[in-house]
Design a protein around this ligand. Structure first.
Ligand code: 4NP
Length: 160
């Protein structure tokens, strides 16, 4: 059985596609493509259908040599049922996701991305959209750290 991860931010054009593509890269390197799958979504609909933001794509390519691919979609209540683990980039995203689960049936599946960081100690992957290059680079550093910790957690959970 494939363990299904969903990364969620606001627009699904900066943080969550970066997490999805970096995690896919780590999964490929670990030869676990058949055991773990990744998707991403945004709590807002502003950018539905759009590719990742060009500033985020350029930063990820230049820092890690990883190309960002994807097409934005909006998070929907059925994602709570369909995924094994849902990673919110910040606390606002986390609350917006839980608002779609009023009975708390799936709340155990929803976590903050930064819970999996091992080097950084912070709650949120901050929204880089209205800032400069430094913000995009910081997003990459946090996400890379969290993805490493997340991979170890999923390996233990899935007995990989
Ligand atoms: P993301 O960044 O949530 O990391 O994809 C944003 C993208 C777009 C907007 C805000 C944040 N926006 O306001 O359009």
């Amino acid at each position: 059985m494939t363990y299904k991860l969903l990364f969620v931010c606001l627009g699904n054009i900066c943080r969550s596609p970066t997490a999805e593509n970096i995690m896919n890269h780590l999964i490929e390197q670990a030869d676990l493509k058949s055991s773990i799958s990744c998707d991403s979504a945004g709590t807002a609909s502003y950018h539905v259908g759009n590719p990742p933001d060009f500033r985020m794509t350029a930063a990820t390519l230049s820092k890690l040599g990883i190309e960002l691919v994807g097409q934005a979609r909006q998070f929907q209540a059925s994602d709570l049922k369909d995924f094994d683990l849902i990673l919110a980039m910040d606390t606002a995203n986390y609350q917006d996701i839980l608002a779609l689960d009023p009975r708390g049936e799936y709340s155990d599946k929803v976590h903050l991305m930064c819970e999996y960081c091992t080097k950084y100690s912070t709650e949120d992957v901050p929204d880089p959209y209205y800032g400069g290059t430094e913000g995009f680079n910081y997003v990459i550093d946090l996400i890379l750290d969290a993805c490493g910790g997340l991979l170890e957690t999923v390996k233990v959970r899935s007995h990989l």
